[in-house]
Design a protein around this ligand. Structure first.
Ligand SMILES: Nc1ncnc2c1ncn2[C@@H]1O[C@H](COP(=O)(O)OP(=O)(O)OP(=O)(O)O)[C@@H](O)[C@H]1O
Ligand SMILES: [Mg+2]
Length: 440
């Protein structure tokens, strides 16, 4: 069953307000009860003092005359009854039980000394009929209970209506979302005039839509890039096959040459597919062979040994600075470094130096690998796209037949697998491209 915020909040409000009214009612009831108690005690004390005065003034009279005057006094007071005890506890005046028929009564014992002359008196017991006051108190209690109940129902109805009114913007927001066309991801929700509480939801929703749109765009361009990159070698293979098939008696040398060229094309396609498979596996986090490497300079040296011939060919020098330790997958780190170094070799000025630096980013617990080469700076507007698959700054310059713009995308995927990020910057004549990895 769906939960309704309006119903729940009105129920909560009425429970809370009933609780509040009951608390106030209880307090009021208690105050009235205390006030009545004080009034009863005062009335009894006044009666006791009056009886004491009658007994003091008439102590020389006969007991019958004295009790008659007490009788007269009690008649004038009204609802108070009295009983007088002698020094041995015997009842000198009044019935055995005061107000025996009355359900609610208030009593008071009052000490009396040096009274009564020949018939010494010790104390006075007074009782007062408080049934009327109790009835009034019960009536007030019942009124409070009814008021609490009526108030609770009223609050429930009112707060339900109010909550429905206050939740209207939320319903409107829900309707706006349901009216969005799922095929048009450029749509955003305007927050103008919406309540403050909805702003974070609207902002978050718009941010999410932005991301979905970006991903959709990336996916679209990725698909068209893949198709484009594979289309070129496939077309040339098809044409070449067709031409060969047209030859009735193909020249064996010509055939061999064609097969070589086909093999190259197939290897090229294989490289693209392998790179794409790697990116797909990396995005699913499938590579997790992380080990603590004390000297990260070691995998760097392995990569540089492998690249030595390419360096020599261009008359380049190599320099390694710094070292660090981190938990990494060595094979992946070697792959990222060889992608960066092969780029650096391709774009470095002849006879210049290629630098690899390993250092700590202490604040973020990261280790940073930077590969720098002297050469032409990458245009600023290209830098944010460098790590996108199939992106090449200048397609003609990057020998697009051999290079597909997947090297840096792989570097970025490897960095993210290690909890880091790729980066690229130009520093004067130096192009610095690299990535970070988390230390542990
Ligand atoms: N050191 C560098 N100096 C100048 N431009 C660079 C450098 N490294 C990369 N680039 C630019 O970034 C682009 C993307 O590089 P990336 O390594 O992803 O692709 P690629 O080298 O063209 O192809 P692949 O690596 O797939 O063989 C390159 O085409 C190039 O334009
Ligand atoms: Mg490359």
């Amino acid at each position: 069953m769906r939960r309704s915020i309006a119903k729940r909040s009105s129920l909560q409000m009425s429970v809370l307000s009933i609780f509040g009214v009951v608390l106030i009612a209880f307090f009021g009831y208690h105050c009235v009860w205390m006030w009545q108690e004080v009034r009863h005690q005062e009335a009894l004390e006044r009666a006791a003092v009056a009886i004491e005065q009658v007994l003091t003034r008439n102590s020389e009279l006969l007991p019958t005359e004295m009790w008659r005057r007490v009788d007269e006094l009690l008649v004038s007071i009204g609802n108070v009854r009295a009983k007088v005890y002698g020094v041995e506890g015997q009842v000198l005046y009044g019935p055995q039980v005061l107000l025996s028929q009355v359900k609610h009564k208030e009593t008071l014992f009052f000490p009396l000394e040096n009274l009564g002359g020949a018939m010494p008196i010790q104390r006075l017991e007074l009782a007062m009929d408080i049934s009327e006051d109790r009835k009034f108190l019960n009536f007030i209690g019942a009124m409070f209970a009814v008021a609490a109940l009526v108030w609770g129902v009223l609050v429930m109805l009112l707060s339900g209506t109010l909550a429905r009114f206050e939740l209207k913007p939320l319903n409107k927001f829900g309707r706006k979302i349901s009216e969005l066309d799922p095929s048009d991801l450029s749509l955003r929700i305007k927050g103008d005039g919406e309540p403050e509480e909805l702003y974070p939801v609207i902002e978050q929703f718009n941010r999410l839509m932005c991301k979905v749109e970006q991903h959709q765009e990336q996916l679209r361009s990725f698909n068209s890039n893949v198709a484009h990159e594979l289309n070129t070698p496939l077309s040339s293979l098809t044409v070449s096959h067709e031409l060969l098939l047209r030859e009735k008696y193909p020249n064996p040398d010509h055939l061999k040459e064609a097969l070589h060229s086909h093999l190259e094309e197939l290897q090229r396609m294989n490289r693209i597919i392998q790179s794409m498979l790697f990116l797909s596996h990396a995005s699913q986090g499938q590579y997790k062979d992380f080990r603590l490497i004390d000297k990260l300079s070691q995998p760097v040296m392995v990569v540089m040994d492998y690249m030595e011939a390419m360096l020599e060919e261009k008359g380049l020098h190599f320099e390694l600075r710094g070292d660090a330790s981190a938990r990494v997958d060595t094979e992946l780190i070697k792959r990222a470094l060889s992608n960066l170094v092969s780029n650096a070799i391709r774009y470095a000025n002849p006879k210049s130096t290629i630098q690899i630096k390993i250092d700590h980013e202490q604040a973020n617990h990261l280790v940073r690998f930077t590969v720098s080469n002297e050469g032409e700076c990458i245009p600023e507007n290209s830098v944010p796209h460098l790590f996108e698959p199939f992106y090449r700054v200048d397609k003609s310059r990057s020998e697009s037949g051999q290079n597909h713009g997947l090297g840096l995308a792989i570097v970025a995927a490897i960095a993210r697998l290690h909890g880091g990020e790729p980066f690229a910057q130009c520093d004067g004549q130096w192009v610095r491209i690299g990535f970070t990895v988390r230390r542990v």
